[in-house]
Design a binder for this molecule. Structure first.
Ligand SMILES: C[S@@+](CC[C@H](N)C(=O)[O-])C[C@H]1O[C@@H](n2cnc3c(N)ncnc32)[C@H](O)[C@@H]1O
Length: 249
């Protein structure tokens, strides 16, 4: 297991480190139960059901942008949460490294995968190596693809772009990430965190306009040789998030 603290902190900004600490506390303690439920089949409120449906569509979109057959491909699920995307990628043959800051979510992800496989609900052609720690840990090695679903939406745009750049430097083919698009609707209420009661709220989401994000990605020194690809906005009740593909070449 990797520990967030063992990551080489040299290249990380203070704002990234501070936000990462808040996210670890939030996802491992404050909202752990709520996330466990939201990502299960258990009944949830109507508002949360819209979020669940939006997240299902987002996961399907990101997976759709990867090759249908991932046999032999190494994939990083960066900020894997309870592991649904990692499991699906492994079903398609990928060797997945699924990492998250929250030890409890990673433990739950491992349990869910084991019970899916044991229950015969699914088989896995590939593998999933669950880890606790920072997605930027260089010890994770190199990847063919990186997916970060809603795990970078709480970081300031400059940190977001730096993280994507660091991950791109270790990736051969494509990155698929999501960001919180700056829209009037999002400004008013569509933040993922606000679906939870006040005391359970997530660290702020950091919206960024699509145009600005594309510009930052194109201009980032780490991103030479990479270009923004497909983009898709998913809106479902209280869920609003935008997928962005970044391709090599
Ligand atoms: C909104 S949840 C999404 C989880 C999962 N990707 C999904 O869609 O179900 C964001 C996750 O990103 C994780 N995360 C945030 N920053 C991270 C970092 N620097 N390294 C690893 N995980 C991180 C959080 O701990 C949290 O579990």
């Amino acid at each position: 297991m990797t520990d967030a603290a063992t990551v080489t902190e040299r290249s990380l900004s203070e704002s990234y480190i501070a936000r990462r600490g808040q996210l670890e506390t939030y996802f491992d303690r404050t909202a752990m139960e709520a996330w466990a439920r939201l990502t299960s089949d258990a009944p949830v409120s109507r508002i949360r059901a819209t979020v669940r449906a939006g997240r299902d569509r987002m996961r399907a979109t990101l997976l759709d942008w990867l090759p249908a057959d991932l046999t032999g491909r190494r994939l990083l699920d960066a900020g894997c949460g309870t592991g649904a995307l990692a499991l699906e990628a492994a079903r398609r043959g990928a060797d997945v490294v699924a990492i998250d800051l929250s030890p409890k979510l990673v433990a739950l992800a491992g349990e869910r995968m084991a019970s899916e496989l044991a229950g015969g609900k699914s088989h896995s052609a590939g593998t999933v190596d669950f880890r606790v720690g920072d997605m930027l840990d260089p010890d994770l090695g190199r990847f063919d693809h990186v997916v970060a679903m809603d795990s970078l939406i709480h970081y300031h745009a400059p940190d977001f772009v730096r993280v994507v750049g660091e991950l791109a430097a270790r990736t051969e083919r494509s990155l698929v990430v999501t960001f919180a698009p700056r829209t009037p609707a999002l400004t008013v209420m569509h933040t993922v965190g606000r679906i939870f009661p006040r005391g359970d709220r997530a660290p702020a989401i950091e919206p960024v306009s699509e145009g600005k994000l594309r510009r930052l990605l194109i201009e980032a020194p780490d991103m030479s040789g990479w270009r923004p690809g497909r983009s898709a906005r998913i809106v479902s009740g209280f869920y609003l998030s935008q997928a962005q593909e970044v391709r090599h070449g």
